[in-house]
Design a binder for this molecule. Structure first.
Ligand code: HDD
Length: 705
């Protein structure tokens, strides 16, 4: 404890320094009746006029001696740093990890020793392929990177929302990313894998096929960061106090359950609100609805690893939860948004190599390569080996290195000793290693020929892809088929389309057939030649489906209510009360953002004007109109879209009697997912129904192609 208090002091001191740098404190003066700090230059010189550059006379010329102008423009010119080469678009938040129990039986990692112990964390979610300014609902993997500021140093669990990866060996990473990003000659498409280069690479690399199924599934279009799982992907090691090693795979399980959007919805969300995921996380935290995940562990020993039909070092394979059940050992809570996006979210530097005593790597060749790449990339991006001095990257425990100097060094060793060993003794001699507490690598015995090869068990690329497919509900299987057809329909080279189908034949004949049909392929290509015999009959793993494991609750979701002047206040209040009782949020969408005057004369402000609040922003919708309001909205195209999109996206729809003409105009054929609102009890029934999240039965009826 003592040492942690010291670390708090250290962090406070760092933040105090940062506060001075930000110009907090110091002189204030009165502006519009309020005390505000005096604007200064970087040198702390008070500024008298920030509106006009220094000139000779009112029409110039401008003077070179205008140090304030020069400093301001100089700094602006250098504001940008290189964006991340992958995962450029991201959003972060602070929180904590709380251990449920001691894991001393498997690891000596300090953060897992005491039940109830809280460790501060910073989490950054991201998309992979798009640039920093790209839209949130790209069909893509989501990054799920967690920095634990433990008492024994920072541990980064740099994972994704998908438990497997595209490739098995890090040497192929630059090829994968080059192929996925914009094509080099034309600089497009942005944040999309629907193009020739990506599918050309995938089709020539059968090891990507398991991941191909995952990224064509709904996992790649999550409704919210709050509703997605996370995975450490690789097999890591835990090492206990006696030096015994246990293999471990890390999982994050969202407390609110998983949920995704549908593809047509994703396309429209990207237009309506490109910051959809950011805003969702920001709003949830700002309103005190702190998102939460449980940390799950799959723990297994050498015997399991030797008997498993795949290699546990192969990052393109998972271990089904039915084979090695998950032990839930703690919770992650995000409860604080950043103060400054650049300082925290942009400058945070994750690194798979940041591990702590009690946790260790395995020989997974992808992980080994990552351990090189992350440190390297931060130097490029953040410009100095001292990026660890930035508050977001610095440990919150005491740290003492003998490293010095370099660009932007915030702290250097104090005193005379900057080398070790030395004969200065005591505090004068600086920090020394501690063989008892220091990190020790697990002494795995290693031997072998130096060659460029892969393990034999790495070679089955289809069996788990098939297992994933057969583990999905029919609705999700259709989404996977449709996603392949969509993506490949944007591929201009027919041979590439056919090559992908030749792999799908090895995964599942129904999938291959429907994709071939959807593309209008004249002849079914021959199946690709598998490198190794396919284990065809892996049993389904039901936990892999999102729909089958839905939360059955509307908690954390959003109901959009299209209202007009004169609408029934009682029904609106009943809807709102029922939704809020479930822990859901209600937003009003109205012809004018100023709001509506309801039938009882009460005025209700709207969150969105109808043309800025399409139904894709909501999980379910209600249409509460007066007869007069319906008449006006019948001639408003965005009101019709509000209803017809909600219907096409299989959402639950509640409507007042007067709204019927709008539903008719939108082509809504009332079904089990539509509910007429007559009494407050109907409102309750509707919100209960919304717990199903989508009325999937409708989907097949509204998609003929
Ligand atoms: Fe990576 C960033 C996750 C393979 C090289 N990666 C990055 C981020 C996440 C992941 C979440 C963003 C971190 C942040 O928010 O700042 N990466 C993964 C996962 C992988 C994976 C789960 C496979 C299991 N990555 C991988 C390989 C390499 C890299 C094989 C290179 C050999 N990744 C990088 C990088 C990035 C990065 C170039 C770009 C920005 C950064 O590191 O900080 O070093």
């Amino acid at each position: 404890m003592a040492s942690f208090r010291q670390s708090d002091k250290q962090t406070k001191a760092q933040f105090a320094d940062a506060a001075v740098l930000r110009g907090e404190g110091g002189e204030t003066h009165q502006v519009a009746g309020k005390d505000v700090p005096v604007l200064t230059t970087q040198q702390g010189v008070p500024v008298s006029d920030d509106q006009n550059s220094l000139k000779i006379g009112p029409r110039g010329p401008a003077l070179l001696e205008d140090f304030h102008f020069r400093e301001k423009i100089f700094h602006f010119d250098h504001e940008r740093i290189p964006e991340r080469v992958v995962h450029a678009r991201g959003f972060g938040a602070h929180g904590f990890f709380e251990a449920y129990e001691s894991l001393a039986d498997v690891t000596s990692a300090d953060l897992f020793q005491r039940a109830g112990e809280k460790t501060p964390v910073f989490v950054r979610f991201s998309t992979v392929a798009g640039n920093k300014g790209s839209a949130d609902l790209a069909r893509d993997v989501r990054g799920f990177a967690v920095k634990f500021y433990t008492k024994e140093g920072n541990w980064d669990l740099v994972g994704n929302n998908i438990p497997v990866f595209f490739i098995q060996d890090a040497i192929k990473f630059p090829d994968l990313i080059h192929a996925a990003k914009q094509e080099p000659d034309r600089g497009f498409p942005q944040a999309q894998t629907a193009h020739d280069n990506f599918w050309d690479f995938m089709s020539l690399m059968p090891e990507t096929m398991h991941m191909a199924l995952w990224i064509m599934s709904d996992r790649a279009i999550p409704r919210s960061f709050r509703f997605m799982e996370g995975f450490g992907v690789h097999t890591f090691r835990f090492v206990d106090g006696k030096g015994k090693s246990t293999f471990v795979k890390f999982h994050w399980k969202p407390k609110l359950g998983m949920q995704s959007v549908v593809w047509n919805e994703a396309l429209k969300i990207n237009g309506a609100d490109p910051d959809f995921h950011r805003r969702d996380l920001w709003d949830a935290i700002q309103t005190g609805n702190f998102p939460e995940w449980e940390l799950g562990l799959q723990l297994f020993d050498d015997d399991f690893a030797d008997s498993f039909e795949f290699d546990v070092l192969d990052a393109t394979k998972l271990i089904p939860e039915e084979r090695v059940p998950i032990r839930r050992v703690g919770r992650l809570v995000l409860d604080r948004t950043v103060d400054n996006f650049f300082a925290e979210t942009e400058q945070v530097a994750f690194h798979t190599g940041n591990i702590v005593p009690g946790i260790d790597f395995t020989n997974d060749p992808l992980l080994q390569g990552r351990n090189f790449s992350y440190l390297d990339t931060q130097l490029k991006r953040l410009g100095s080996p001292n990026f660890t001095h930035l508050p977001i990257n610095a440990p919150k425990c005491p740290f003492h290195t003998l490293q010095q100097d370099g660009h932007m060094a915030f702290h250097n060793p104090k005193g005379r000793a900057n080398y070790e060993p030395n004969s200065w003794g005591g505090a004068m001699g600086g920090p020394r290693e501690d063989p008892d507490r220091g990190f020790r690598s697990f002494p795995a015995p290693e031997a072998g020929d130096k060659r460029r090869v892969r393990g034999e068990l790495f070679a089955d690329h289809y069996s788990q892809a098939r297992q994933f497919y057969v583990s999905q509900t029919p609705v999700e299987q259709t989404h996977i088929q449709d996603a392949f057809v969509f993506e490949l329909s944007k591929v201009e080279t027919p041979a590439i389309r056919a090559r992908i189908v030749s792999h799908l034949i090895n995964i599942h004949p129904d999938l291959a057939r429907s994709v071939a049909e959807g593309l209008g392929l004249k002849d079914m290509p021959k199946a690709a030649q598998p490198a190794r015999k396919v284990i065809e009959d892996l049993p389904p793993s039901p936990v892999l489906s999102i729909v089958a494991n839905g939360p059955k609750s509307f908690r954390g979701r959003k109901l959009g209510v299209l209202v007009s002047d004169g609408a029934d206040a009682g029904l609106l209040d009943a809807l709102t009360a029922a939704a809020e009782a479930q822990g859901a949020v209600v937003e009003l969408v109205a012809p004018r953002v100023g709001g509506v005057a309801l039938g009882d004369g009460s005025l209700r402000p709207a969150r969105q004007k109808i043309n800025g609040g399409p139904s894709v922003l909501y999980d379910a919708v209600a249409v509460l109109l007066s007869a007069e309001g319906a008449k006006t909205l019948l001639n408003e195209a965005t009101a019709k879209d509000f209803v017809s999109d909600a219907f096409a996206h299989a959402k639950f729809i509640a409507f007042s009697a007067a709204a019927q003409p709008l539903l008719d105009k939108a082509g809504v054929l009332p079904d089990g997912g539509c509910l007429a609102l007559k009494t407050p009890d109907d409102a309750k029934r509707f919100v209960a129904l919304c717990g199903e999240l989508r009325f999937w039965e409708r989907e097949a009826k509204v998609h003929a192609v």
